[in-house]
Design a protein around this ligand. Structure first.
Ligand code: PDD
Length: 291
């Protein structure tokens, strides 16, 4: 079942107009969330980011924070999902051809839930390969990567390059050549026992997983540096990993054909700490399942 605007409908009835500006112009925003044991992890944070994205594109979400929470749980339960990936999409809505948002009186809201499919075991045991691609991350003052927008061509062009190089993820540099982020993930590396990650000012998405990892590292007494890093700085380091809501902490074994090696101690410890935070959250928010 799909939540479309006001109600749940079967998948074959979940249809959106060809005049929707999400389809015509990529005009809209979204969030990807993960449910563990029937509890949606960091639901408030994701909905807050959705509202921030909406604000940055001058889109008024026709629902309150609480209404969206409720709709997410309704969708999850209608599909009887416990371990799930949920996507909330809000587009500008249907309207005549033309860029003016005022042409679209009513945004389109879609919530989907899919059974979470585990990543292949070797991805975590051995690590994945990533490549630094030539496609640059969107310039912050042109299309701010902090907007989790439906306009994904920047990331798709990078993904095509990664696929050509048989890489799992593409790492984009920003317009000045600083390491930015992956197509759907943030990047971390460990050098001289310091956990390093590009700072938000580079022009990246403020990943919810990224923030949890930084906090976990600090709690564990690991030094963290959010900064400006050049491409060569992520070669021949002790450890590299990427993060997002569904991957959590994904070890990287190879960057541009340079081997980093097997998943390192800090990567493993941070993934364990992340899983612990998920377990604590799920326990604390058990009652959310009744929403
Ligand atoms: N992507 N950077 C980009 C460009 C992303 O698209 C994502 C998430 C992240 C990590 O954010 P978070 O930790 O909040 O998931 C970083 C989601 C998973 C997606 O596109 O479906």
């Amino acid at each position: 079942m799909i939540y479309l605007n006001e109600k749940l409908v079967p998948e074959h009835k979940a249809l959106v107009s060809v005049f929707d500006h999400g389809f015509l112009y990529g005009d809209g925003i979204y969030e990807t969330l993960r449910a563990y044991n029937g509890v949606v992890f960091k639901l408030d944070e994701h909905i807050e980011r959705l509202f921030r994205s909406a604000c940055m594109i001058a889109l008024e979400i026709p629902k309150t924070h609480e209404m969206l929470k409720q709709a997410v749980y309704e969708t999850l339960k209608a599909n009887s999902h416990n371990e799930a990936v949920i996507r909330i999409t809000i587009s500008r809505g249907a309207g005549p051809i033309g860029l003016d948002p005022a042409l679209c009186p009513k945004p389109t809201l879609v919530i989907m839930s899919h059974e979470f499919k585990k990543y292949p075991g070797p991805y975590y045991r051995k690590g994945v390969k990533i490549s630094v691609v030539s496609t640059r991350r969107n310039f912050r003052d042109a299309l701010n990567p902090q907007i989790k927008s439906l306009n994904f061509l920047n990331n798709i062009l990078a993904k095509i390059e990664a696929k050509d190089r048989a890489s799992y993820e593409a790492i984009m540099l920003n317009y000045r050549g600083y390491v930015a982020e992956g197509t759907i993930s943030n990047i971390f590396f460990v050098k001289d026992n310091v956990l390093c990650t590009p700072c938000i000012n580079i022009g990246i998405l403020d990943g919810i997983t990224r923030r949890i990892i930084i906090n976990a590292a600090e709690e564990m007494g690991i030094k963290v540096r959010e900064g400006y890093f050049r491409k060569h700085e992520i070669y021949r380091v002790e450890e590299v990993f990427i993060s997002n809501t569904t991957m959590e902490v994904m070890p990287v074994a190879e960057v541009d054909d340079i081997r980093t090696g097997m998943p390192g101690m800090i990567t493993k410890a941070l993934h364990k700490a992340y899983k612990k935070k998920v377990a604590e959250y799920t326990k604390e928010h058990k009652q959310d399942r009744l929403l």
